[in-house]
Design a protein around this ligand. Structure first.
Ligand code: ATP
Ligand code: MG
Length: 253
């Protein structure tokens, strides 16, 4: 049965989507059957994996409001072994549409259950909030992977995120775990990056991935070509690091 990992951190711009896109693509390159779920109305994961987010017939929004079956929304064939459940700005209306819906925390889970057997990994890109969309991601997931940007305020907001995971675990999804944290945008030229890594290691009682994602311009460029890093520049430091992260995630399964 597929392992479902939500990539979450309510802090903006820490590398959630970059990690979701490239971890998905690297797992797929390693022969794993992957579904990438875009739970962010920004739709950056969808476009970063080659879809035109403003020209998609049905999105995850249609699935959530019950207008489409999950099978109708999944996009296949852009990248080998990698299917995508796309989103776009339509998804931003969902919080309001679900207000009176019973079991609104489980809408996504109920759809994903129908297809999870078809995949080895399901990777969910969460929006930068602790909203109903993130809660739905956490009830669907087996674990939460937290990207942490190597900058001064790295730990800010992290206790809130961990608290939310604990609440979801207590009340909605008893099997939920914190998969671990992964450092992103590490800059080897500055002492600050190193200090942040040391500080987080000393203060956070969580699994920390050995792989550290460096700040790498190729990772920032790839989305504008709609390709993941392993296709855009397989020899880049960014590609090598996400391939290593994929190996660690597979080994942990
Ligand atoms: N390792 C990296 N090296 C260089 N640039 C990076 C790296 N990781 C992410 N970026 C860039 O940093 C910006 C923020 O990254 P990303 O969109 O992945 O963060 P996010 O957490 O998903 O943001 P949001 O909270 O808005 O969803 C993007 O422009 C991205 O291209
Ligand atoms: Mg994002």
């Amino acid at each position: 049965m597929g392992r479902i990992i939500a990539i979450a951190n309510q802090k903006g711009g820490v590398g959630k989507t970059t990690t979701a896109i490239n971890l998905s693509a690297c797992l797929a390159e390693k022969g794993q059957k992957v579904l990438a779920i875009d739970m962010d109305p920004q739709g950056n994961m969808s476009s970063g994996l080659g879809l035109d987010k403003d020209d998609i017939d049905k999105t995850i929004y249609d699935m959530i409001i019950g207008e489409a079956e999950i099978e109708e929304v999944i996009q296949r064939g852009t990248i080998e072994n990698l299917d995508i459940l796309p989103s776009n700005v339509d998804l931003s209306a969902v919080e309001i549409e679900l207000i009176d819906v019973e079991n609104k925390e489980f809408v996504v889970k109920n759809s994903v259950q129908k297809i999870r057997d078809q995949y080895d990994f399901i990777i969910i890109d969460c929006p930068p909030s602790l909203s109903l969309l993130t809660i739905n991601s956490m009830t669907t997931a087996d674990s939460v992977l937290v990207p942490i940007q190597c900058e001064y305020y790295a730990l800010e907001g992290l206790s809130q995120l961990i608290h939310t995971v604990e609440l979801v675990k207590d009340r909605l999804n008893s099997g939920l775990e914190i998969e671990g944290v992964v450092f992103t945008m590490f800059d080897a030229r500055t002492n600050l990056s190193l200090q942040v890594v040391e500080n987080v290691k000393d203060n956070l009682q969580q699994n920390i991935y050995k792989t550290i994602i460096p700040r790498n311009i190729r990772l920032a460029e790839a989305p504008s070509y709609g390709t993941p890093i392993n296709q855009y520049d397989p020899r880049s430091a960014g590609a090598e690091s996400y391939m290593r992260l994929a190996e660690e995630v597979i080994d942990k399964k």
